[in-house]
Design a protein around this ligand. Structure first.
Ligand code: GLP
Length: 254
């Protein structure tokens, strides 16, 4: 587990963008796992800039997104389909047939989830999986209590997550209660994990993730067991860490 604490959200995003760009340069046919949420937004802007200004080529890249709300059509402005196309895919040269995002309107969700897993396998597995973290320690939509061996499936969102995500919806009552999410077991099979977190709102979840015991009650703690997990956080997200000196933060913890 490699932890980097970086001064600001901007610098954290630049560092994450470097890692993704390096992966795509090194292996143009990379399979990249994408995350949504507000945290990776700047990272995606920087990847678009790399594409525009330095020709970073996504034409042979295959993508798999972590999750999607059940019941939101792809055109809904809060769906993760919409998010990915608006914030990244429409602005780079990714081949739409190489893009995979869970389908929140699937008729047979179990069947869809099994198919999604097969597609990941058929693509040769995920080379680099980008991850955010929920304030309650969720990874993708694997809420506290999710099996650490879980595969892609439907999950009920916790009240905390529904509340946290309500800020993005015009009507807070419209936040879906269910989501399709890659499982923890699915995420752990990626060759490399890149987790980004920013802001004090994430400080406790980051502390539990990096310094707490591995537990299903904080699914993100599983990154401790991955051989190639890279955690990039800004200073504010590092405020609760006991070992932040070790990660390059100078001020002592009160
Ligand atoms: C959602 C997503 C997660 C994401 C998390 C954090 O619940 N399903 O994949 O990591 O939110 O989002 P934010 O970056 O907006 O705090």
């Amino acid at each position: 587990m490699l932890v980097e604490v970086i001064d600001t959200y901007e610098l954290m995003s630049q560092r994450a963008a470097e890692i993704v760009a390096e992966q795509v340069h090194r292996k143009p046919t990379s399979v990249i796992g994408f995350a949504t949420g507000s945290t990776p937004k700047r990272l995606y802007e920087l990847l678009i800039q790399e594409h525009d200004e330095r020709g970073l080529d996504f034409s042979k890249v295959t993508t798999f997104n972590l999750d999607e709300y059940v019941g939101l059509p792809p055109k809904h402005d809060q769906s993760y389909h919409y998010y990915m196309w608006e914030n990244l895919f429409n602005h780079i040269d990714v081949n739409p047939s190489n893009v995979h995002i869970p389908h929140g309107m699937a008729d047979d969700i179990d069947h869809f989830c099994a198919w999604y897993e097969e597609q990941i396998e058929a693509a040769g597995g995920i080379d680099l999986q980008i991850l955010g973290i929920g304030a309650n320690g969720h990874l993708a939509f694997n809420e506290p209590g999710s099996s650490l061996g879980s595969r892609t499936r439907i999950k009920t969102l916790t009240e905390k997550t529904v509340k946290d995500n309500a800020r993005f919806f015009d009507d807070p009552d419209m936040v879906p209660e269910y989501a399709i999410t890659m499982g923890i077991g699915t995420i752990m099979e990626a060759d490399r994990l890149l987790l980004v977190a920013s802001g004090e709102r994430k400080a406790q979840a980051i502390r539990n993730t990096l310094e707490g015991p591995v537990t299903a009650m904080c699914p993100a703690t599983i990154v401790q067991l991955h051989q190639h997990s890279h955690i990039i956080i800004d200073k504010d997200a590092a405020t609760a860490l006991d070992y932040r000196h070790h990660h390059g933060i100078a001020e002592p913890k009160e």
